[in-house]
Design a protein around this ligand. Structure first.
Ligand code: SAM
Ligand code: SF4
Length: 461
């Protein structure tokens, strides 16, 4: 494990560089704009932490920032287009003020064809850096500030050599009561549609002790909702099984919940299900991405489980954890998906009873196996299937939520929602609205009176 850990001396070197920059960054502001998943949100908190260490004040408003970093996602084309269009917004500002520094990082920067596009078509982007460079941000900023040329910090190595773990760099968390804690990075699964193994390198786990120390410190600081992150948390190999790690993370004194994201169905173990069922501090929420209900398509996706195995796992989860919310991801329109394949996905959604599904239309990714497959599905067919599944899911979710009417749920307050209504999240991660304002980060009991497909509503008791 040592060879992937960044040595302490290297981290200290970066902290020294950060310190040396403080004179020139005095009064300067930096803004990090994030696209993508929870992993990216956590990376942005680490980028903001490093920038703050360099002396920048972190601001949300890019209009007043001297440094702007766009943290990108490459999972679907839509996410890439949004990030490029965000970068395009800064063309005018850069023309007016050459001293502003614009950076683009992470998953898109990691891909050679996107880097080339950025280099050619976005000349006002001053620097790019990849997914394993966050700990080197002080050095990157030093180079950017001292150089008239455009700067690139990218690891260009094969999958099994690409990826590091760094501990000890500062993190600037967005929330004072919800926190992300990565337990592992990268992925070795190579699902045929997915760019993650190429963008984030090989699978590697943090040491159990590092994870526990971070969670303990968060609980002591008053954090109430902690999510353990990894592309496939079940293959955690940092000194114990993931189930044991989860159990220990949820065994410190104090009232808080621990969640995790994401578990791969091929590895969802009985031990994990037991921990969720029996440890009251583990959230009663299981996100188990199925991707398709057709065993034929699952095989083409290289998911390493079939419809029957998934159904058996989902049934076990629901039996052992009676109050669980089960959620999933589904890809519509994977190459060669027939109406019959889609009908199997539809019936799986009907039978399992998911509290929520995140449905994505398949997006070919450069370099993946599926992008080269014959039988790409016309957009109209995918759109139609997408709509049918969403309509079904709305009915399923509302029916499941009706079971909460008359029950009391413990809710962690998020203050007000965007309509000014007091709201929070239950252990199942369901949105709950209620009658009286409760400050953010406090727990409250709510008796549910009425529900929608994705909402419980009630009164505080
Ligand atoms: N590691 C998780 C797993 O194995 O289920 C998934 C992580 S991925 C960031 C989140 C979701 O994006 C996937 O579950 C999948 O549904 C979706 N996704 C990934 N690649 C995609 C693609 N090329 N087109 C459409 N959706 C995609
Ligand atoms: Fe992508 Fe599959 Fe890895 Fe999840 S498990 S990140 S879908 S390759």
């Amino acid at each position: 494990m040592e060879n992937i850990y960044i040595p302490k001396e290297e981290i200290q070197k970066q902290l020294n560089i950060a310190n040396s920059l403080k004179e020139i960054t005095l009064g300067k502001k930096a803004c990090v704009i994030t696209f993508g998943c929870q992993q990216n949100e956590n990376d942005s908190e680490r980028i903001a932490g490093a920038l703050e260490e360099c002396g920048y004040e972190i601001v949300d408003d890019s209009d007043i920032a001297d440094v702007i970093i766009i943290n990108t996602c490459a999972i679907r084309e839509h996410a890439e287009i949004r990030a490029l269009s965000e970068a395009g917004q800064f063309k005018g500002r850069k023309a007016n003020d050459r001293s502003i520094k614009i950076g683009l990082c992470c998953c898109m920067a990691q891909q050679a064809h996107r880097r080339e596009q950025i280099y050619k078509s976005y000349p006002y982007v001053d620097f790019v850096f990849g997914t394993d460079m966050h700990h080197r941000l002080p050095e990157i900023m030093q180079t950017v500030l001292n150089s008239k040329k455009r700067v690139s910090f990218i690891t260009d190595k094969p999958h099994n050599e690409f990826g590091v773990i760094s501990e000890g760099m500062p993190v600037k968390r967005e929330s004072g009561y919800k926190a992300w804690v990565p337990v592992m990075y990268g992925c070795n699964n190579f699902c045929t549609y997915c760019v993650v193994p190429y963008a984030r390198g090989h699978e590697r786990s943090r040491c159990k002790e590092e994870v526990l120390a971070e969670v303990k410190s968060l609980v002591e600081q008053g954090y109430k909702d902690i999510t353990l992150l990894g592309q496939n948390v079940n293959s955690f190999s940092g000194g114990c099984s993931f189930a044991q790690l989860l159990n220990e993370c949820a065994s410190f004194d104090g009232e808080y919940v621990v969640r995790f994201m994401t578990s791969h169905p091929k590895d969802a173990s009985d031990e994990l299900i037991e921990v969720i069922a029996n440890n009251p501090k583990v959230a009663k929420h299981f996100h188990l991405p199925v991707q398709s209900g057709s065993s034929r398509v699952l095989k083409l996706m290289n998911r390493k489980y079939d419809r029957e195995k998934y159904l058996a796992t989902a049934t076990k989860i629901k039996e052992k954890i009676p109050d669980v919310a089960l959620t999933t991801d589904i890809i519509i329109g994977f190459p060669t998906e027939t109406e019959a394949d889609f009908a199997e996905t539809y019936s799986l959604v009907e039978n399992v009873g998911f509290d929520m599904i995140y449905t994505f239309i398949y997006s070919p990714r450069v370099g993946t196996v599926a992008a080269k497959m014959e039988g790409q599905i016309p957009r109209e067919d995918s759109n139609r299937r997408f709509k049918a599944l969403s309509d079904l899911q709305n009915e399923v979710a509302e029916k499941l939520n009706e079971e909460f009417i008359g029950k009391t749920v413990r809710v962690l307050s998020d203050g007000y929602n965007k309509n000014g209504v007091p709201c929070g999240r239950s252990s199942q991660n369901k949105i709950v609205t209620y009658d009286k304002f409760v400050p953010e980060g406090q727990f409250v009991d709510v008796k549910v009176e009425n529900v929608g497909a994705y909402l419980l509503n009630g009164k505080i008791i």
